[in-house]
Unconditional design. Structure first.
Length: 179
């Protein structure tokens, strides 16, 4: 049995869950999320907990069991608490600013890079070098942070670029001089 899949999902007091077959809709103080679960699993609500069960012991059902449970748990956490991803900008003259809803990045290109966040995502900047991406959909928060990082990923020689907070960048030695 899947160790992740068999764990029950606790539903907080302010969160409402609606089940319609395999369609799960979760409503909370931060927003509303809806998702269709794979056909290899079933979902049941017992009081203030949700249980995800698989229909049989086939390989795909076993694979989808833990995935479906994690997706639903992330939906419940997202609408009740929300998710956050932090990025750090390192490099001389590299900085970020928020103009309206858009993020403007000056990261060594001849022009500033504008990033427009999707609906439901908020972007904040601290000290011109720390970008905070928040929202209630974990997948969307992660994808938006990855798109920001892809503008200028950290390079291995000087370490300049945009990195996740706490990300370790393995540094390489530069050229060896002539002797």
């Amino acid at each position: 049995m899947s160790r992740i899949g068999k764990r029950p999902i606790a539903i907080p007091a302010k969160v409402q869950v609606t089940l319609d077959g395999l369609q799960v809709t979760v409503k909370g103080p931060k927003g509303e999320l809806s998702r269709e679960l794979p056909s290899a699993v079933t979902i049941e609500q017992e009081g203030d907990t949700l249980l995800v069960k698989r229909k049989d012991d086939s390989r795909t059902a076993r694979q989808m069991h833990g995935l479906a449970r994690t997706l639903v748990a992330n939906m419940v956490d997202g609408v009740s608490q929300g998710f956050q991803r932090r990025l750090e900008i390192q490099g001389v003259g590299y900085r970020a600013a928020v103009q309206g809803r858009n993020l403007t990045l000056n990261v060594g290109y001849s022009h500033p890079v504008q990033i427009e966040p999707p609906e439901g995502i908020q972007i904040a900047v601290e000290n011109n070098t720390n970008v905070i991406v928040t929202g209630f959909d974990k997948e969307l928060v992660g994808n938006t942070a990855a798109k920001i990082r892809d503008v200028r990923p950290p390079e291995p020689y000087k370490g300049k670029g945009i990195r996740y907070s706490g990300e370790f960048v393995r540094r390489k030695a530069g050229k060896a001089g002539k002797k």
